[in-house]
Design a protein around this ligand. Sequence first.
Ligand SMILES: [Zn+2]
Length: 283
Amino acid sequence: MPRTPPEDAQARRAIAPVICYPTDTLPRPDLPLYTAARDGATKCAEYLVPPREARVYDVPAGHVFRITSVEGPQVGDLNLHNAHDLTERFYSGKTRALHGTHVSTGDRLWSSFPHLRPMATILADTLDWYGIDAYGGSVHDVIGTRCDPYTANVLSGAQYHQCCHSNLTRALAQHLAVPAAGAEPLVHDVLNVFMCTGFTRDTGQYFMKASPVRPGDYIEFFAEIDLLGNLSACPGGDCSAEHSSDTAACYPLLVEVFAPAKGALDRWSQPPRNGYDQSHGMG
Ligand SMILES: [Zn+2]
C-alpha cells in the first residue's frame, strides 16, 4: 500500500512542469535547402527488407533515404551508424529528451556520446496528421527499445530468433562478415518507424496499438553524415497484438536512397562532432 500523502500533496502535484530541453537554442536544420535538394534528387539504390528480416544499406551524407510501407501495414525497427565508425550510433534516449516521445518532420536523430550530433533529419512523414490520439498514442516512437529474444525469454521461456534485435544482429554480422557475437554489441535502441505507442495514463505502462500506416505511406530522412542504416521488418507486423512470435501478419518494407543533384548542397556542410572537450573536469 502507498503511504498516506502529506498535507500539501495536492499543492506539490499542482506545480507546473518545465520543459527539460527547450529546443530554441538547438542548431536548426536548413529545411528549405534540404527540401530543394530532395526535390532535385534522383534515386540511386533500393532495398526490400523481407518480413522478419533486416537489411543493411549505405546512405552517403547529403543523400535522402525513404522507408515505405508496401503490401500491408508493417512496423520497422531502425538502427543508424556512422558508416566510418560504427560505435557512433543513434541515441534514442537523447533524441527523446530533445524532441519528445515520437518524432516527425523537422526532428533530428542524434548520435551517441561523445559525438552527440544530428545523424539524420526527418524531411517528410505521411503520418504527420496522426498527432496524439485519445490513448496518448502516437507514431514513430523513440520510447520502445526493440523487440528482443532476451525479454521474450524472461517473459515466456521462448527461444525465438526473428525478433528485431536478432534480425539487426544477423544483417550487421553478414555485412561485416563477423559472427553474431561480433555484431550484437553494435546493435542499439531503435527508432520504431510507423509504430504507434504510448504510455497508459493510469499505470504508466508502455503500450502499442495497430499502426495507422498503410501501403504507400513513407518517412524520409536527410543523412547529415555518411550513414550505415539497418532496418528490421518487425515480427509484430503492424504491432496490433503481439511480437516476438510468428503469429502476426508481416509485410516487407522498402528502402530507397536518393542522390542530390550536383551543387545542390554547396551551401551545406556536415555537422561537426560535439564541441565538449571530454576532460570531465580532470584537467
Ligand atoms: Zn520488433
